[in-house]
Design a protein around this ligand. Structure first.
Ligand code: KIV
Length: 289
């Protein structure tokens, strides 16, 4: 990692010096949104990649349960345990601390760690917050509303996740677009209920662009973060391995390989940040669903 442009190994992209950057917090994210600046998020699962993403200017790092697929070789995220999420969250946070990183860290609550009761969700969220996360994420619609309220009332910031929810991919019948036709109304209702319950971020995965754009207007207190949901959301997230072109499977068509034309991982990540900020990624024509 370097904050300079010249390197014996090639030309590195400019990254703002760490000392010049303020730690990302909820008020900082509100400020970005208020001035119309897109929020950038990438997944990371270990100390080094988290530090590189931070140096590239990524504001939010999601320690996603997608690590089940990209790190553990599982065929879905359903097999990831809370202990595994704790381990990776701690690794990411240690990496950021070593480089005085500023990123906002979101710990993903895995399948089976919050569905039983609000109390179970609080116990699981506490594990990830104690590992150093600033916020937890959970998947699901209206049925999660009371859990979100319970966590937020107890001082735990929550990111909700609607649309394609990978933990329930089997119930959804595969990795398919959600919120088309009549189901758009239900998704909209769930999103509003989650904002009212106190969720301050909402991942919208594989949702039609007109719906995610409309929801972004309708949710002033909850930052919409799209993945395969067009470029009308308040921010964007990608799975790191997908945007580096090292996914073992087939990349979803909404993903761009940012290693193309980049001479380092940090360069690829800073190109991603620039493309999200200037609105050139995502390109809506790549996923007209
Ligand atoms: O686990 C994860 O990486 C996620 C993203 C796909 C948003 O939930």
């Amino acid at each position: 990692m370097s904050n300079t442009h010249a390197s014996p190994y090639g030309t590195l992209p400019p990254a703002s010096p760490v000392a010049a950057r303020k730690p990302i917090s909820l008020p900082r994210l509100n400020e970005l949104r208020a001035r119309g600046e897109k929020i950038t998020m990438l997944t990371a699962y270990d100390a080094t990649f988290a530090a590189v993403a931070d140096a590239a200017g990524v504001e939010c790092i999601l320690v996603g349960d997608s690590l089940g697929m990209v790190c553990q070789g599982l065929s879905s995220t359903a097999g990831v345990t809370l202990e595994t999420m704790r381990y990776h969250t701690e690794s990411v946070v240690r990496g950021l601390r070593r480089v005085q990183g500023t990123a906002w860290v979101i710990g993903d609550l895995p399948f089976g760690s919050y569905q039983e009761s609000r109390e179970q969700a609080l116990r699981s969220a506490t594990v990830l917050m104690q590992a150093g996360a600033h916020m937890v994420k959970l998947e699901g619609g209206g049925w999660t509303t009371e859990t979100v309220r319970f966590l937020v009332e107890r001082g735990i910031p929550v990111c909700a996740h609607l649309g394609l929810t990978p933990q329930t991919v089997h119930a959804l019948g595969g990795y398919r677009v959600q919120g088309k036709g009549e189901s758009a109304g239900k998704l909209r209702q769930d999103a509003l209920a989650l904002q009212n319950a106190g969720a301050t971020m909402l991942v919208l995965e594989m949702v039609p662009e007109p719906l995610s754009t409309a929801l972004t207007q309708e949710l002033p207190r909850c930052h919409t973060i799209g993945i395969g949901a067009g470029n009308g959301t308040a921010g964007q997230v990608l799975v790191m391995h997908d945007m580096l072109g090292i996914n073992l499977g087939k990349n979803p068509k909404f993903v761009h390989n940012f290693m193309q034309g980049a001479d380092s991982v940090q360069h690829a990540m800073s190109n991603y940040v620039a493309a999200v900020k200037n609105g050139s990624f995502p390109d809506n024509s790549l996923h007209a669903w």
